[in-house]
Write a protein that binds this ligand. Sequence first.
Ligand code: TYD
Length: 134
Amino acid sequence: MRLSDVRIINLPKILDERGNLSFIESENHIPFKIERTYLIYDVPGGEVRGGHAYKELNEFIVALSGSFDVVLDDGFEKKTYSLNRSYYGLYVPNMIWRSLENFSTNALCMIVASEKYNESDYLRNYSEFQKQLL
Ligand code: TYD
């Protein structure tokens, strides 16, 4: 996959005086079936999460609170997205090297994934990732 396959997806936003509401339906608002959701939180200042690619997994990343940067690299070019709202997220397909950086205090990151946790789907070595692109 290339960075051109990455995109911001806006979620439905039901405005209400009682508080706004957004939602995500599997295979509707995001282009894959949801198999897992996980959260990243309490990230100490300056720490970086991720730093890997997935062979098969597609994901959708939302800043539920606070802000952080998603740094992407498809082996040809790099791009950084800053996420800071809960009514949109970043769709990142497989075979994109990605890390999560620059977390604000109290940032809460939700990642919706197309696969259950499977360590053998990770490419944790950048040169291995490059080899798989050939
Ligand atoms: P990992 O994905 O390597 O974190 P990072 O985003 O920093 O790359 O996950 C860290 C550890 O957490 C990993 O050793 C296994 C565990 N883990 C699960 O058990 N289930 C999960 O859904 C995830 C994402 C991680």
